[in-house]
Write a protein that binds this ligand. Structure first.
Ligand code: PEP
Ligand code: MG
Length: 541
């Protein structure tokens, strides 16, 4: 038995056979030709790689399609191309030049220290690796999994994920990669155990087919486990399955309060895949779809891509209520193409609804896509973020109703399928919620921002963490005011901040009259367990 310890990247336990993806053998028997011929080879390889990516795009959708599109854009990147050409001019040969430029370029991105750019280095390595494979005459056929296996690789690349049948992926073990790398983000959403940063010795092809035990909680990996380790893992896996089953029994359980009121548990989601999972895990509805995810990519979403996304979200919710938030760009969610550059205090700057005066066209396109999606599928709720002024709500809704009326007049939509709401996430919005209630049909309290703005504690600044308390009496007071004003106006109110998933906060929110809590979908079942156990204990007493 050999034990390795890496970094835990996605929780869970696995026992299975190893399948090694080994890509590290490069430079074998390369011959460097005259510079002009290497240059021509490089240019031909780029054309071929583009062709391959276009073909791959035809068979993919969603995020993978976006990644392939990004890789196509990278093949035309001016800076990267210049770097490669310079190395070719220095007689390094096309394949080696691509490898050299890849290292330099990725290092530059890493030096910027931006997490998003760092994550993109995997996509860049993947597409440049394709070029090197073409130049070295290696196959670009991605490996296929035909039976369950634990995948071991230097790094799991986006193109691997596209070709792996995820039903067979028992776990990922990588020598490189990070917690934030694309494969690990996917692993966490799919519940696939993963460990990264393991000694590269594990990539030895002799490990193919060997048994491995993988602990995605502790980062431990046991190759050729002895009988004791194997038995322990099998026992823990069985226990986990049982625990999951008993938790799943809670999936449909209703939270009923002593006065007979129900508390509904909704999910916060990013995309249709997330929504399907949430519905399968018992979400009574989707309380927040963060549409800004669409605006934080390399290029802005088109009307068509938005329409497809919103329709897929509605379909994935399988008849359950869906609330989509209009894009909340700015502050902790910058989007290069939309947010205002270099604000001295971005959290207090032009974010969310405030951008309507700068990017009216973008807002109108989103509204149009939402109205048409609702008309084609079924009615939805849409809410507006970052409200502090009555004027912002009024202006936004004037714009929205203008779009709706034009779509109706042109016969594009037959129904008005949107119920409008706003987020209450600034003290100002909470304090004037009586006035704001006249414009909308529901409030959703965003405690992440409400806490930040009430306590003047930046939500992304670790140093300010001691001041950031969603249970602070001032935050609860503002929530109480909001609930009371919603009650008086006869409109709905829910909470969709992270704190809704905290059992102490959730109970406090229920006590002030909240009857709908929306949270990350993996928090729903644990919170249901806590809340139902608590009620059952009180009932027995
Ligand atoms: C919030 O502010 O509580 C919220 C749900 O929105 P976000 O975290 O996306 O700003
Ligand atoms: Mg917010």
């Amino acid at each position: 038995m050999i034990k390795y310890v890496g970094n835990a990247a996605s929780g869970g336990l696995s026992v299975g056979k190893i399948k090694v993806i080994n890509r590290r053998i490069t430079g074998f028997k390369r011959v460097v030709l005259a510079t002009h011929r290497e240059k021509a080879l490089y240019e031909a390889a780029v054309i071929l790689a583009k062709d391959e990516l276009h073909r791959l795009m035809m068979g993919s959708d969603g995020e993978h399609r976006d990644i392939l599109n990004f890789q196509l854009v990278m093949l035309d990147d001016f800076g990267l191309n210049r770097m490669i050409q310079e190395h070719i001019a220095a007689d390094n040969g096309a394949a080696r030049s691509v490898e050299m430029a890849m290292e330099e370029y990725c290092q530059r991105l890493k030096n910027i220290g931006d997490e998003y750019l760092m994550r993109r280095t995997g996509d860049i390595r993947d597409v440049l690796g394709r070029l090197v494979d073409i130049l070295d005459g290696r196959s670009r056929e991605r490996f296929k999994l035909t039976e369950p296996a634990v995948i071991v690789a230097d790094e799991i690349l986006p193109s691997d994920l596209a070709s792996i049948d995820r039903r067979y992926a028992l776990g990922f073990i990588t020598a490189g990669g990070s917690y934030q790398s694309h494969a690990n983000i996917i692993a966490r959403t799919m519940g696939i155990p993963s460990v990264c940063g393991v000694d590269s010795e594990i990539l030895n092809p002799l490990n193919n087919g060997r048994k491995v035990c993988l602990d995605g909680y502790s980062g431990e990996v046991f190759v050729n486990p002895n009988d004791g380790t194997l038995a322990l893992f099998n026992h823990r896996i069985l226990q986990e399955k049982r625990a999951k089953l008993s938790l799943m029994a809670l999936k449909e359980k209703k939270i009923v309060l002593s006065d007979g009121d129900h508390v509904e548990i909704y999910a916060n989601c990013n995309d249709p895949q997330d929504i399907s999972m949430a519905v399968n895990n018992g979400a009574a509805g989707i309380g927040l779809v963060r549409s800004e995810i669409l605006f934080m990519k390399q290029s802005l979403p088109t009307f068509d891509s938005q329409l497809e996304f919103y329709r897929s979200c509605i379909q994935a919710a399988d008849g359950k209520p869906v609330t989509i938030r209009t894009f909340d760009v700015g502050a902790d969610k910058p989007a290069g193409n939309v947010s205002v550059d270099k604000e001295p205090n971005p959290a207090l700057g032009v974010r969310g609804v405030r951008l309507q005066y700068i990017h009216r066209e973008l807002f109108e396109t989103q509204i149009k896509a939402l109205y048409i999606a609702a008309d084609m599928e079924r009615p939805i709720n849409v809410m507006i973020p970052m409200i502090s002024l009555e004027k912002d709500v009024k202006d936004y809704l004037d714009m929205a109703y203008g779009v709706r009326d034009r779509l109706m007049a042109d016969g594009v939509i037959k129904t008005d399928g949107i119920t409008w709401g706003i987020m209450i996430e600034t003290p100002a919005a909470a304090l004037i919620s009586d006035v704001l209630a006249k414009y909308v049909s529901f409030f959703s309290i965003g405690t992440n921002d409400l806490t930040q703005y009430t306590l003047a504690a930046d939500r992304v600044n670790v140093g300010a963490a001691p001041y950031y308390d969603p249970m602070h009496p001032a935050v609860l007071k503002l929530m109480e005011i909001t609930v009371e004003n919603a009650r008086k106006a006869g409109i709905k109110v829910s909470v969709c901040g992270e704190s809704a998933a905290d059992v102490v906060c959730a109970k406090a929110y229920i006590d002030i009259g909240i009857r709908c809590l929306s949270m990350a979908q993996n928090a729903m079942i644990p919170i249901k367990r806590h809340l139902t156990e608590e009620r059952e204990k009180t009932a027995v007493r």
